[in-house]
Design a protein around this ligand. Structure first.
Ligand code: PMP
Length: 436
């Protein structure tokens, strides 16, 4: 077991299950947050460029969200989905208005996992089919079925996964699963969906699940043509397109409220969670009316549509609009991306930089020619950044991609500060891990 010196780490070891992994050999216990900063129980302040796990779109402790929650706490905190409450109805109406055209019926739950489970239920009932297609390197949740559509071996660890799921290659241009190069590949990974349908399924496919950009899988960002080609194939086969927007919605990608709109396609079902209520638990499934209506239930969710999360979500949507958070993600994201690209020039440990808006990834490799993944270097960088007051995340099949998913309120000065800390951390990783 790792050496435990902090009080939080000692209490975790005593009372919390070991399966819940924390970042850092010495996990940090956070006590307060303010905008893009968090403070730990020893008074250390960190620039938070992971925002929980890509959650706090409006920043920690946003006054408008906080005021909405405070107000609601004094009125009503729980109803369950057996009763209506006004915050639930207000939020559902607002969301329906803001969603891609045609997607207008919503179910409100608590987590991304639940949302994906329900999306699959809707797809099964609507199509009367039961098979699904998912992507290599996907992450869709921690229930038995969502683990089944997760394409990362480390997270396929429940024992006995459900069957009837076919995996298609993902659009991972840096390590193309088909050994091709964009754009001369003509997006063969998207066209491969057709082969997957005809060779790996019975043809009775209910839905295709994709994270718009794979987050846990390492910020795998499909080229602009990808989803258009996929959607055309799915439509021809009567397969529903389910966009898992758990990480990519709410302006994070810098253009639209829903990231998938950047690819110019409208999915049949969208799931989301994470940033929607700026830190309170919430998830949504939003679908075309006829798809939603195909499942008559009964369905229930004790904490679904709860008044606190619904108020927080409506307030967050207002903040995203009023403070132009998508535009900020675009502008500051482009600035940060330029800084990261400059770091890639300078540091041999960096193999690739990718992403959109404020969902950015830096993949580390021990050798740029062989692209040998450098997971240990990523861990070193994460720890070195923390020591210098910067929190970032990590992902990818080999845990070798740094994930930068800050609150969407960050300034260019904060992006510069993060780049400065990363620069120093990458220099350490160069010395210790880079061979070329
Ligand atoms: N889908 C995606 C794309 C995710 O990133 C996650 C969480 N990391 C989930 C689903 C599951 O969400 P939750 O942890 O809220 O169940």
């Amino acid at each position: 077991m790792a050496k435990v010196t902090s009080r939080g780490a000692a209490r975790k070891a005593a009372y919390l299950m070991d399966c819940a992994k924390t970042y850092y050999p010495e996990p940090i216990t956070l006590v307060s947050g303010d905008g893009a900063y968090v403070t730990d129980d020893e008074g250390r302040r960190y620039l938070d460029f992971f925002a929980g796990i890509a959650v706090l779109v409006a920043g920690h402790n946003h006054p408008k969200v906080k005021a909405a929650v405070h107000d609601q706490v004094d009125k009503l905190v729980h109803t369950s989905t057996l009763y209506l409450n006004e915050p639930m109805l207000d939020f559902a109406e607002k969301l329906s208005e803001l969603s891609p055209p045609g997607l207008d019926k919503v179910f409100i739950g608590n987590s991304g996992t639940e949302a994906n489970e329900l999306a699959a239920v809707l797809a099964r009932h609507f199509t009367k089919h039961s098979e699904f297609i998912a992507l290599a390197h996907a992450y869709h949740g921690r229930s038995a079925w969502t683990v089944g559509i997760t394409g990362l071996s480390a997270w396929r660890n429940f024992g006995g996964e459900p069957s009837k799921i076919a995996f298609a290659p993902n659009a991972y241009c840096y390590r193309c699963p088909l050994h091709l190069t964009y754009p001369s590949c003509e997006i063969a990974c998207a066209r491969a969906i057709e082969d997957v349908i005809t060779t790996e399924t019975s043809g009775q496919v209910a839905g295709y699940f994709a994270e718009t950009i794979q987050g846990v899988g390492g910020i795998i960002t499909p080229p602009p043509e990808y989803y258009g080609i996929v959607k055309e194939i799915l439509d021809r086969h009567g397969i529903l397109f389910i966009a898992d927007e758990v990480q990519t919605a709410w302006g994070r990608l810098g253009k639209n409220l829903f990231g998938i709109s950047d690819w110019g396609v409208t999915p049949d079902i969208v799931t989301s969670a994470k940033g929607l209520a700026n830190g309170l638990p919430i998830s949504i499934v939003i679908a075309r009316r006829e798809i939603a209506d195909a499942y008559a239930g009964p369905h229930i969710n004790t904490f679904g549509g709860n008044p606190l999360s619904s108020r927080a979500a409506s307030a967050t949507l207002e903040v995203i609009e009023e403070e132009h958070l998508a535009a900020n993600a675009d502008g500051v994201g482009a600035h940060l991306m330029a800084r990261l690209r400059a770091l890639a020039e300078k540091h041999p440990i960096v193999g690739d930089v990718r992403g959109r808006g404020l969902m950015l990834g830096v993949e580390l490799v021990a050798d740029r020619t062989t692209k040998e993944p450098a997971g240990a270097a990523a861990e070193r960088v994460l720890n070195a950044c923390k020591e210098q007051g910067l929190l970032i995340g990590r992902g990818g099949l080999f845990s070798s991609t740094l994930r930068i998913q800050p609150p969407l309120i960050i300034t260019k000065a904060q992006a510069d500060e993060a780049a400065r800390i990363l620069d120093a951390a990458l220099a350490l990783a160069d010395r210790e891990f880079a061979r070329a």
